[in-house]
Design a protein around this ligand. Structure first.
Ligand code: DGL
Length: 281
Protein backbone atom coordinates (compact mmCIF):
# COMPACT_ATOMS: atom_id res chain seq x y z
CA UNK A 1 0.00 0.00 0.00
CA UNK A 2 1.43 3.50 -0.79
CA UNK A 3 2.82 5.06 2.35
CA UNK A 4 3.32 8.79 3.03
CA UNK A 5 5.41 8.34 6.16
CA UNK A 6 8.95 9.77 6.02
CA UNK A 7 12.21 8.01 5.25
CA UNK A 8 14.77 8.10 8.08
CA UNK A 9 18.37 8.91 7.16
CA UNK A 10 21.27 8.63 9.56
CA UNK A 11 24.93 9.65 9.61
CA UNK A 12 27.52 10.30 12.28
CA UNK A 13 27.37 13.98 11.27
CA UNK A 14 26.79 16.20 8.26
CA UNK A 15 28.16 13.78 5.64
CA UNK A 16 24.86 12.01 5.07
CA UNK A 17 23.40 15.32 3.88
CA UNK A 18 25.17 14.55 0.59
CA UNK A 19 22.97 11.45 0.37
CA UNK A 20 19.87 13.35 1.50
CA UNK A 21 20.41 15.84 -1.33
CA UNK A 22 20.34 13.06 -3.93
CA UNK A 23 17.35 11.38 -2.27
CA UNK A 24 15.36 14.63 -2.45
CA UNK A 25 16.38 15.09 -6.12
CA UNK A 26 15.46 11.53 -7.05
CA UNK A 27 12.32 11.22 -4.89
CA UNK A 28 10.90 14.76 -4.51
CA UNK A 29 7.56 13.49 -3.28
CA UNK A 30 9.09 11.74 -0.27
CA UNK A 31 9.33 13.20 3.24
CA UNK A 32 12.51 12.69 5.26
CA UNK A 33 13.85 12.80 8.80
CA UNK A 34 17.63 13.18 8.96
CA UNK A 35 19.63 12.56 12.12
CA UNK A 36 23.32 13.47 12.49
CA UNK A 37 25.14 12.33 15.61
CA UNK A 38 27.38 15.40 15.50
CA UNK A 39 28.00 15.30 19.25
CA UNK A 40 29.89 12.00 18.84
CA UNK A 41 31.38 12.31 15.35
CA UNK A 42 33.75 11.01 14.05
CA UNK A 43 32.74 7.36 14.22
CA UNK A 44 35.40 6.10 11.83
CA UNK A 45 38.26 6.18 14.33
CA UNK A 46 36.26 4.33 17.02
CA UNK A 47 36.23 0.58 17.76
CA UNK A 48 33.52 -1.44 15.97
CA UNK A 49 31.61 -2.13 19.17
CA UNK A 50 31.23 1.58 19.84
CA UNK A 51 30.24 2.37 16.25
CA UNK A 52 27.57 -0.33 16.49
CA UNK A 53 26.20 0.92 19.82
CA UNK A 54 26.09 4.60 18.84
CA UNK A 55 24.57 3.78 15.46
CA UNK A 56 21.79 1.65 16.91
CA UNK A 57 20.95 4.36 19.45
CA UNK A 58 20.50 6.82 16.58
CA UNK A 59 18.58 4.37 14.42
CA UNK A 60 16.29 3.58 17.39
CA UNK A 61 15.54 7.30 17.60
CA UNK A 62 14.57 7.41 13.93
CA UNK A 63 12.59 4.16 14.13
CA UNK A 64 10.66 5.71 17.05
CA UNK A 65 9.60 8.57 14.77
CA UNK A 66 7.44 6.32 12.61
CA UNK A 67 9.61 6.21 9.52
CA UNK A 68 8.82 3.66 6.80
CA UNK A 69 12.42 2.86 5.81
CA UNK A 70 15.93 3.60 7.04
CA UNK A 71 18.89 4.78 4.98
CA UNK A 72 22.23 4.42 6.72
CA UNK A 73 23.89 7.37 4.99
CA UNK A 74 27.20 6.55 6.66
CA UNK A 75 29.75 4.13 5.23
CA UNK A 76 31.24 3.37 8.62
CA UNK A 77 27.90 2.27 10.07
CA UNK A 78 26.97 0.48 6.84
CA UNK A 79 30.28 -1.42 6.98
CA UNK A 80 30.09 -2.28 10.67
CA UNK A 81 26.42 -2.50 11.69
CA UNK A 82 24.15 -3.03 8.66
CA UNK A 83 23.31 -6.69 9.52
CA UNK A 84 22.53 -5.68 13.14
CA UNK A 85 20.20 -2.93 11.92
CA UNK A 86 18.45 -5.25 9.48
CA UNK A 87 17.79 -7.75 12.25
CA UNK A 88 16.56 -5.05 14.63
CA UNK A 89 13.95 -3.17 12.58
CA UNK A 90 10.83 -4.44 10.86
CA UNK A 91 11.30 -2.14 7.86
CA UNK A 92 13.65 -1.93 4.87
CA UNK A 93 17.18 -0.77 5.82
CA UNK A 94 19.51 0.42 3.06
CA UNK A 95 23.25 1.05 3.41
CA UNK A 96 25.57 3.04 1.14
CA UNK A 97 28.39 0.52 0.55
CA UNK A 98 26.67 -1.77 -1.99
CA UNK A 99 25.35 1.06 -4.21
CA UNK A 100 28.78 2.76 -4.16
CA UNK A 101 30.57 -0.51 -4.93
CA UNK A 102 28.29 -1.19 -7.89
CA UNK A 103 28.91 2.32 -9.29
CA UNK A 104 32.69 1.90 -8.94
CA UNK A 105 32.73 -1.53 -10.58
CA UNK A 106 30.79 -0.07 -13.53
CA UNK A 107 32.98 3.03 -13.81
CA UNK A 108 36.44 1.47 -13.97
CA UNK A 109 38.04 0.65 -17.33
CA UNK A 110 41.49 -0.31 -16.05
CA UNK A 111 40.07 -2.58 -13.33
CA UNK A 112 41.91 -0.69 -10.59
CA UNK A 113 39.70 1.17 -8.11
CA UNK A 114 40.92 3.26 -5.21
CA UNK A 115 38.68 3.69 -2.18
CA UNK A 116 39.21 6.35 0.46
CA UNK A 117 37.26 5.85 3.66
CA UNK A 118 37.47 5.97 7.44
CA UNK A 119 39.77 3.55 9.31
CA UNK A 120 36.76 1.50 10.49
CA UNK A 121 35.41 1.13 6.94
CA UNK A 122 38.83 0.14 5.58
CA UNK A 123 39.33 -2.34 8.45
CA UNK A 124 36.00 -4.00 7.62
CA UNK A 125 37.05 -4.60 3.98
CA UNK A 126 33.38 -3.98 3.13
CA UNK A 127 34.28 -2.25 -0.14
CA UNK A 128 36.74 -4.91 -1.28
CA UNK A 129 34.10 -7.57 -0.63
CA UNK A 130 31.23 -5.63 -2.23
CA UNK A 131 33.23 -4.72 -5.36
CA UNK A 132 34.42 -8.33 -5.67
CA UNK A 133 30.76 -9.41 -5.59
CA UNK A 134 30.09 -7.04 -8.50
CA UNK A 135 33.23 -7.96 -10.46
CA UNK A 136 35.88 -10.27 -9.02
CA UNK A 137 38.36 -9.05 -11.63
CA UNK A 138 38.59 -5.53 -10.16
CA UNK A 139 41.59 -4.75 -7.97
CA UNK A 140 40.56 -2.59 -5.00
CA UNK A 141 43.08 -0.46 -3.15
CA UNK A 142 41.57 0.82 0.09
CA UNK A 143 43.15 3.69 1.95
CA UNK A 144 42.13 5.26 5.27
CA UNK A 145 41.98 9.05 5.36
CA UNK A 146 41.07 9.91 8.97
CA UNK A 147 41.96 13.60 8.66
CA UNK A 148 39.10 14.46 6.32
CA UNK A 149 35.93 13.99 8.43
CA UNK A 150 37.03 16.50 11.13
CA UNK A 151 37.68 19.07 8.38
CA UNK A 152 34.20 18.67 6.94
CA UNK A 153 32.53 18.69 10.35
CA UNK A 154 34.31 21.97 11.09
CA UNK A 155 33.06 23.41 7.78
CA UNK A 156 36.64 23.67 6.47
CA UNK A 157 36.12 22.85 2.80
CA UNK A 158 38.68 25.02 1.01
CA UNK A 159 41.88 27.04 1.37
CA UNK A 160 45.58 26.16 1.15
CA UNK A 161 45.75 24.33 4.48
CA UNK A 162 42.79 22.11 3.62
CA UNK A 163 44.26 21.44 0.16
CA UNK A 164 47.55 20.37 1.76
CA UNK A 165 45.79 17.97 4.14
CA UNK A 166 43.72 16.44 1.33
CA UNK A 167 46.82 16.11 -0.89
CA UNK A 168 48.71 14.35 1.89
CA UNK A 169 45.76 12.03 2.51
CA UNK A 170 45.45 11.06 -1.15
CA UNK A 171 49.15 10.81 -1.99
CA UNK A 172 49.53 7.01 -1.64
CA UNK A 173 46.57 6.40 -3.95
CA UNK A 174 47.45 8.90 -6.63
CA UNK A 175 50.95 7.58 -7.15
CA UNK A 176 51.17 6.02 -10.60
CA UNK A 177 48.42 8.18 -12.11
CA UNK A 178 50.87 10.84 -13.21
CA UNK A 179 49.77 12.85 -10.16
CA UNK A 180 52.31 11.39 -7.79
CA UNK A 181 52.43 12.28 -4.19
CA UNK A 182 55.53 11.40 -2.20
CA UNK A 183 57.00 7.92 -2.60
CA UNK A 184 53.69 6.03 -2.52
CA UNK A 185 53.29 2.70 -4.26
CA UNK A 186 52.07 2.84 -7.84
CA UNK A 187 48.34 2.43 -7.33
CA UNK A 188 47.57 3.14 -11.00
CA UNK A 189 43.86 3.66 -10.38
CA UNK A 190 41.42 5.12 -12.91
CA UNK A 191 38.49 5.37 -10.47
CA UNK A 192 38.46 6.87 -7.01
CA UNK A 193 35.47 6.01 -4.85
CA UNK A 194 34.66 8.38 -2.01
CA UNK A 195 33.82 5.74 0.59
CA UNK A 196 32.67 8.20 3.23
CA UNK A 197 29.63 10.41 2.84
CA UNK A 198 31.52 13.43 4.18
CA UNK A 199 34.03 13.38 1.33
CA UNK A 200 31.81 14.68 -1.51
CA UNK A 201 31.93 18.02 0.32
CA UNK A 202 35.67 18.07 -0.50
CA UNK A 203 35.08 16.87 -4.08
CA UNK A 204 36.30 20.07 -5.79
CA UNK A 205 39.73 19.63 -4.19
CA UNK A 206 39.79 15.84 -4.55
CA UNK A 207 38.77 16.06 -8.22
CA UNK A 208 41.49 18.62 -8.93
CA UNK A 209 44.15 16.51 -7.23
CA UNK A 210 43.01 13.31 -8.96
CA UNK A 211 43.16 14.96 -12.37
CA UNK A 212 41.19 14.29 -15.55
CA UNK A 213 42.21 10.64 -15.92
CA UNK A 214 40.66 9.49 -12.65
CA UNK A 215 36.87 9.31 -12.28
CA UNK A 216 35.82 10.45 -8.82
CA UNK A 217 32.56 8.86 -7.76
CA UNK A 218 30.49 8.63 -4.61
CA UNK A 219 27.61 6.50 -3.44
CA UNK A 220 24.95 9.21 -3.03
CA UNK A 221 23.35 9.01 -6.49
CA UNK A 222 23.50 5.21 -6.59
CA UNK A 223 21.99 5.02 -3.10
CA UNK A 224 19.11 7.32 -4.06
CA UNK A 225 18.39 5.10 -7.08
CA UNK A 226 18.56 1.96 -4.95
CA UNK A 227 16.14 3.58 -2.48
CA UNK A 228 13.68 4.47 -5.26
CA UNK A 229 13.74 0.86 -6.42
CA UNK A 230 13.38 -0.47 -2.88
CA UNK A 231 10.34 1.74 -2.15
CA UNK A 232 8.77 0.74 -5.45
CA UNK A 233 9.15 -3.02 -4.94
CA UNK A 234 7.95 -2.84 -1.34
CA UNK A 235 5.01 -0.61 -2.38
CA UNK A 236 6.08 2.12 0.04
CA UNK A 237 6.21 5.12 -2.31
CA UNK A 238 4.32 8.22 -1.18
CA UNK A 239 1.09 8.69 -3.13
CA UNK A 240 1.07 11.54 -5.64
CA UNK A 241 -0.20 14.91 -4.46
CA UNK A 242 0.97 14.43 -0.88
CA UNK A 243 3.19 17.36 0.22
CA UNK A 244 6.77 16.43 1.22
CA UNK A 245 8.21 17.60 4.54
CA UNK A 246 11.79 17.48 5.80
CA UNK A 247 13.08 17.39 9.36
CA UNK A 248 16.75 17.71 10.32
CA UNK A 249 17.96 16.63 13.73
CA UNK A 250 21.38 16.78 15.34
CA UNK A 251 22.73 15.58 18.67
CA UNK A 252 25.20 18.48 18.51
CA UNK A 253 25.09 22.19 17.91
CA UNK A 254 22.85 23.52 15.20
CA UNK A 255 25.18 26.30 13.90
CA UNK A 256 27.83 24.27 12.02
CA UNK A 257 25.19 21.83 10.83
CA UNK A 258 23.07 24.63 9.39
CA UNK A 259 26.04 26.13 7.56
CA UNK A 260 26.78 22.83 5.81
CA UNK A 261 23.09 22.25 5.05
CA UNK A 262 22.91 25.72 3.52
CA UNK A 263 25.92 24.97 1.30
CA UNK A 264 24.20 21.86 -0.01
CA UNK A 265 20.57 22.94 -0.17
CA UNK A 266 20.76 26.72 -0.38
CA UNK A 267 19.28 29.18 2.08
CA UNK A 268 15.91 28.46 3.60
CA UNK A 269 16.23 24.69 3.92
CA UNK A 270 14.38 23.40 6.93
CA UNK A 271 15.64 24.44 10.35
CA UNK A 272 17.79 22.07 12.34
CA UNK A 273 16.67 20.88 15.75
CA UNK A 274 19.09 19.78 18.45
CA UNK A 275 17.94 16.66 20.31
CA UNK A 276 19.14 14.44 23.16
CA UNK A 277 19.01 10.74 22.39
CA UNK A 278 16.88 8.56 24.63
CA UNK A 279 19.12 6.72 27.08
CA UNK A 280 22.26 8.73 26.27
CA UNK A 281 23.59 11.02 29.00
N1 DGL B 1 30.01 9.89 6.94
C1 DGL B 1 30.64 8.83 7.68
C2 DGL B 1 31.02 7.72 6.71
O1 DGL B 1 30.50 7.69 5.62
C3 DGL B 1 31.76 9.43 8.48
C4 DGL B 1 32.27 8.55 9.51
C5 DGL B 1 32.88 9.20 10.69
O2 DGL B 1 32.14 9.77 11.49
O3 DGL B 1 34.10 9.06 10.85
O4 DGL B 1 31.78 6.82 7.02
Amino acid sequence: MPDARPIGLFDSGVGGLTVLRQVIRRLPQESTVYLGDNARTPYGTRPDEEVRRFSLECLDELAGRDVKALVIACNTTSAVALPDARRRYAMPVLGVVRPGAAAAALATRSGRVGVIATPATVRSRAYSDAIADEDPGVVVIEHATPELVPLVEAGRLDGPEVEAIVARSLAPLLAGTGREGPAGRAAGIDTLLLGCTHYPLLEPIIGRLAGPDVAVIDSATATASALAELLAVTDLLTPEGHPAGHVQLTTGETGAFERTAERLFGPGFHAVESIALAGVA
